[in-house]
Design a protein around this ligand. Structure first.
Ligand code: COA
Length: 347
């Protein structure tokens, strides 16, 4: 069986920061309301010249450099986003070009906030089938461009950012099991219209493509759906919640994260939380959180990591990983691992 380990991780957020105090000046809200209901204190917002692909490229270069790989080593680039630079070409193609990954194929996936895990599951299958050895998987968003900045019910929640990882064929480690679910009948609980949507009698589509959301319905759904998805991946790996060393959930709301940890019987500190700094970055949230967990030294060799997510679709799922920085023998005896200093193609 071909395993696939994470050879390098990277993340990038734009420099611009929007605090809760800034939002108090924009809509009828308060720092206390936002912190109490969501745990979010600030989020990053892209500058006018930045796009999803420019953020993605920054994160990708870091991941590639830490993996000590050249762009030509990549067989495939998969990017997950709900906010592509354009309808086409794909963000993955733009990153492939920006890196100079001449041998790599490239395509995007869109499963809203579940997009990154869908992309990672796809990459795992490519490697498991022997169709690719090294796949760059990216989650990147400029959600600030599809947020209605006059709607206090949504604008306080979201932020911009990018996370990336290189998945590489290995002897052991990597994804142990995953589940992906969808219930398209609940599409209207969380959606953003696009330029190709239905026309009215005069032939006009929506003038603005904003995020619409039934917050309380999504909240209840999220805790239950993520908890059950983690249980499913544990069961198929013949493991239990006590075997989880770190839970890395989609970073949408601190109370949702705490609710999932509690339902699984995990102490709060076993869940990775960085939503306070970035808000909900959709596709980018899980790879950014995983990268930050690795940077903080929270992932030991052999650690079992449970990823879980939910979002528009509605879509939800989980992936169980065995953390290994040594799934492939070091080449040339040097340090090789997810956080090794980036020395080629990195920053
Ligand atoms: N500031 C102040 N008050 C706000 C507010 C804001 N930013 N947004 C909503 N409110 C108000 C509401 O208007 C409502 O007022 P009312 O009681 O007078 O009608 C009150 O706060 C409670 O609103 P409610 O929506 O019931 O709050 P909540 O406790 O459910 O929290 C969310 C709202 C959005 C934080 C919460 O439902 C949530 O996080 N849901 C999940 C959303 C999510 O994760 N989406 C992305 C999925 S990928």
């Amino acid at each position: 069986m071909i395993h696939s380990r994470i050879a390098g991780l990277g993340r990038y957020v734009p420099e611009g920061v929007l605090t809760n105090a800034d939002l108090e000046r924009m809509v009828a809200t308060s720092d206390q309301w936002i912190v109490d209901r969501t745990g979010i204190r600030e989020r990053h917002v892209a500058a006018p010249h930045e796009t999803t692909s420019t953020l993605a490229l920054r994160a990708a270069r870091i991941a590639l450099g830490r993996a000590r790989l050249e762009p030509e080593d990549l067989d495939l680039v998969i990017a997950s986003t709900t906010t592509p630079d354009g309808l086409f070409p794909s963000v993955a193609s733009l990153v492939q070009d920006g890196l100079g990954a001449r041998r790599a194929g490239a395509f995007d996936v869109n499963a809203a906030c579940m997009g990154f895990m869908s992309a990672l599951a796809t990459a795992t299958q490519f490697i498991g089938a022997g169709s690719a050895r090294r796949v760059l998987v990216i989650g990147a968003e400029v959600l600030s461009r599809i947020v209605n900045w006059e709607d206090r019910g949504t604008c306080v929640l979201f932020g911009d950012g990018a996370g990336a990882l290189v998945l590489e064929a290995s002897a052991f480690g990597g994804p142990l099991s995953f589940v992906l679910h969808s219930d398209g009948a609940r599409a209207k609980q969380l959606y953003a219209e696009g330029p190709c949507g239905p026309r009215d009698g005069d032939g006009n589509g929506p003038s603005e493509c904003y995020i619409h959301m039934d917050g309380p319905a999504i909240f209840k759904f999220a805790v239950h759906a993520m908890t059950e998805a983690v249980r499913e991946t544990l069961a198929s790996a013949r493991l239990g919640p006590g075997d989880i060393d770190l839970l890395v959930p989609h970073q949408a709301n601190l109370r949702i994260i705490q609710g999932v940890a509690k339902a699984l019987g995990l102490p709060p500190e076993r869940a990775m939380v960085n939503v306070q700094k970035y808000g909900n970055t959709s596709s980018a949230s899980i790879p950014m959180a995983l990268c930050e967990a690795a940077e903080e030294g929270r992932l030991d060799e052999g650690a079992r990591v449970a990823l879980c997510g939910f979002g528009g679709g509605l879509a939800w799922g989980s992936m169980l990983l065995e953390w290994s920085t040594t799934g492939v023998a070091p080449e040339g005896g040097g340090t090789r691992g997810v956080l090794a200093p980036a020395h080629r193609g990195g920053e």
